[in-house]
Design a protein around this ligand. Structure first.
Ligand code: C5P
Length: 309
């Protein structure tokens, strides 16, 4: 029996711009997503009985049919045409749930990568990204990860070259709070729908502006990302945990910039290197503890779901 282990990293949004509304009801986005060194770990073993099973070390996570790991496994098996394929999957959860860090999407992407190898299906990365897009807007990014421009619903990817600098983040999240992504986008539409751009030429103009932004090539400390997140303006006023996290992170003198990630409630400060993010953590340690907030110091990471050697 063979076993494959896959690392599934989290992401942060260095840029999340809501452009407008699409005909399918989703939002048209212009984003820069960035993988970070905070990762779940999945193992995949062949089973002879054609069953797909999932176990997880975090009892807070549903391991039912709604879990993106099982949905990804079923989709991959269905498209392979080999209904007899089975796998026992275990998930070691390190990325906080409902945090705006794409933990569930990354687990789903890792499942496509892991089972593609375990079952010897031979799909290309582009094939896996197309399958991933059927399951979630952030999931295609998580297949290759690294640093990418993400357009459309989030599934149209344009990889960016890796910077040579060891940038890092200090990530902060209240473990008692999670934010629903549909709620955040719904609120955004309620508040800002009247100002949304309309039509492909207007969308393309914003995409072009982001592609040409000086800070993306490559991402570096000398010209740090301004860290725009349009969902922050709707989530922050209604989520005290986000207000507290942002306030603490903004008090750090050495950070390059501060923002919420995705639909929250995780927030992060960007630093020139891991050492300065650790120093930032030390400065905040007592306040984080007294507010009941968790924190992680993570390097930016150049890839997404990866099979471990
Ligand atoms: O694609 P995903 O399942 O991650 O999306 C979750 C929800 O977030 C969608 O049902 C939708 O309400 C909202 N969303 C959106 N526009 C996007 C991505 C997500 O409105 N581009």
């Amino acid at each position: 029996m063979s076993t494959i282990t896959v690392t599934a990293p989290a992401k942060v949004n260095l840029h999340l711009e809501v452009l407008g509304l699409r005909a399918d009801g989703f939002h048209e986005l212009a984003m820069v997503m960035q993988s970070i060194d905070l990762a779940d770990r999945l193992t995949f073993s062949n089973t002879a009985d054609g069953r797909l099973s999932l176990s997880c070390d975090d009892p807070a996570l549903s391991i039912g049919e709604d879990n993106l790991v099982l949905r990804a496994a079923r989709l991959l098996r269905e498209r392979s045409g080999f209904q007899e394929l089975g796998a026992a999957i275990t998930l070691e959860k390190c990325i906080p749930i409902g945090a705006g860090l794409a933990g569930g999407s990354s687990d789903g992407a890792a499942t496509l990568v892991g089972l593609n190898a375990l079952w010897g299906l031979g799909h290309s990365c582009a094939d896996l990204e197309r399958l991933a897009a059927e399951l979630g807007s952030d999931m295609p990014f998580c297949v290759q990860g690294g640093s990418q421009l993400c357009f459309g619903r989030g599934e149209l990817l344009e990889p960016l070259s890796d910077g040579s600098e060891p940038l890092a983040v200090l990530l902060v999240k209240d473990p008692r709070v999670s934010v629903s992504t549909p709620w955040a986008y719904g609120r955004c539409r309620q508040r800002h729908g009247g100002d949304y751009l309309v039509g492909e030429p207007a969308f393309e103009q914003r995409r072009r502006a982001l592609r040409q932004a000086g800070w993306i090539r490559p991402i570096r400390a000398a010209q740090p990302p301004p860290l725009r997140n349009d969902l922050q303006s709707v989530v922050e006023p209604e989520t005290p945990a986000v207000q507290t996290a942002l306030q603490l992170l903004r008090s750090l003198p050495d950070s390059l910039s501060v923002a919420m990630s995705g639909s929250g409630p995780s927030c992060f400060a960007l630093f020139p290197d891991l050492t300065s993010s650790r120093q930032g953590y030390e400065r905040l340690r007592k306040d984080l503890e007294s507010e009941g907030l968790r924190a992680w110091c993570c390097s930016l990471r150049s890839g997404g779901a990866r099979i471990e050697a």
